[in-house]
Design a binder for this molecule. Structure first.
Ligand SMILES: N[C@@H](CCC(=O)N[C@@H](CS)C(=O)NCC(=O)O)C(=O)O
Length: 364
């Protein structure tokens, strides 16, 4: 079968997500490290802005955004799919993708830039200029990584929030460790889109970055084993989700955490985007529309308002809204058990499409 090309990097969150998916799905691909030359010659001219991962199909088409890449290839390459077909599992997997993609950015960026900084600067330099000396790489990495290091704070990891972020992350590790002691993947013996969403941060930052990896090995050996299973699936394409649309009880604390931490931010993001759209008719939506408060472990911080997250949420809301009444009743019971009332009653903004790293109004 002709090969795909994945432009990405070992240190990149969303490249990790896509790479693990391609391996599990058995899609042939080669990976090209996104060096400075690749950004200049391939990514920026063909995508229009600097970003990874980017996937080139054997036909020469470029796909950008881990979510679109996985949606497209999962569909194109057929069964077995990473999207459960039963309603509750499908919804839970989608919510966990959203949690991994958008919320775990906070601990992932915090640990990288506040506990692994020099290592990360060198890694950025080595990626950009593989042939340069270590000193040149450190200097280059320091320049190239500046926006990413600053993003940690913009995403919510200002100094007064550090302790809360670490409490929350260690709590999550403990919950996931209990879960993975009993199940190989989130929903049984097969990885779902939720696993790939969580894997981005938990592999590319929290397992690979040295200080974070040591923490994970100390606190959560079963999470480490899951990361390693995801990294090199023992048998690609094998395994099933739990029967009868079962959600393992050990997943409830994780979903409860998601509902508690991320859902209020999504609600406020929707309110702010609706206001912003009314005040800026016809204008392109920026990646961030101001700042808002958020709360973690009882501590209040500030972060940028990210409309993109609402496009991800819309996918979960579509699954919920399409449910038959009996399934919806089961889903509501389950959402009540995880504190998910805000999701049930979510005040959806106008319908959105993805527009690069932001969103646009869906065509009427
Ligand atoms: N939602 C996108 C996010 C891609 C993304 O943020 N990639 C990072 C590297 S892991 C990047 O290139 N960021 C550039 C930027 O934020 O300007 C996806 O799922 O692919």
């Amino acid at each position: 079968m002709p090969s795909h090309t994945l432009y990405g990097a070992d240190i990149s969150y969303y490249t990790g997500k896509v790479r693990a998916f391609l391996r599990w799905k058995g899609v042939p691909f080669r990976e090209v490290q996104a060096t400075g030359d690749i950004y200049r010659d391939v990514i920026v001219p063909r995508v229009g802005f600097p970003v990874i991962p980017v996937l080139e199909t054997p036909e020469g088409a470029l796909l950008q955004d881990s979510t679109d890449i996985i949606d497209t290839l999962d569909h194109r390459h057929g069964e077995p799919s990473v999207f459960p077909t039963t309603p509750l599992q499908r919804l839970a997997a989608s919510l966990l993708e959203l949690y991994g993609d958008e919320w775990l950015l906070i601990p992932a960026m915090h640990y990288r830039w506040h506990h692994n900084r020099e290592w990360a600067l060198r890694a950025f330099g080595a990626l950009n200029a593989p042939e340069a000396t270590p000193e040149e790489q450190l200097a280059l990495g320091t320049r190239r990584a500046a926006p990413f290091a600053q993003a940690a704070v913009l995403l919510g990891a200002s100094a007064p929030m550090h302790a809360a972020i670490e409490r929350s992350y260690e709590g999550l590790l403990a919950e996931l460790d209990q879960h993975f002691a009993l199940h190989p993947y989130l929903l049984g013996d097969r990885p779902s889109i939720g696993d790939f969403g969580l894997y981005g941060p938990l592999y590319a930052h929290q397992y690979r970055d040295p200080a974070s990896g040591a923490l994970m090995r100390r606190l959560a050996p079963h999470v480490v084993a899951w990361v390693e299973r995801m990294q090199q699936p023992p048998v690609p394409g094998a395994g099933d989700f739990l029967p009868d649309d079962t959600l393992p009880p050990t997943l409830l604390p994780v979903l409860h955490r998601m509902a508690r931490e991320q859902m209020p931010v999504l609600e406020d993001t929707a309110r702010r985007l609706s206001t912003w759209l009314a005040e800026h008719p016809g204008e392109p939506v920026p990646r961030a529309i101001g700042m808002h408060e958020y709360e973690l472990e009882g501590q209040r911080g500030e972060r940028i308002v990210r409309p993109y997250a609402l496009w991800m949420l819309q996918r979960s809301r579509d699954i919920y809204r399409a449910m038959a009444p009996a399934d919806r009743a089961r889903a509501d019971q389950w959402l009540d058990a995880i504190g998910g009332l805000a999701f049930r009653d979510f005040q959806d903004p106008p319908r959105l499409v993805r527009d690069g790293m932001s969103v646009a109004l869906a065509p009427a």
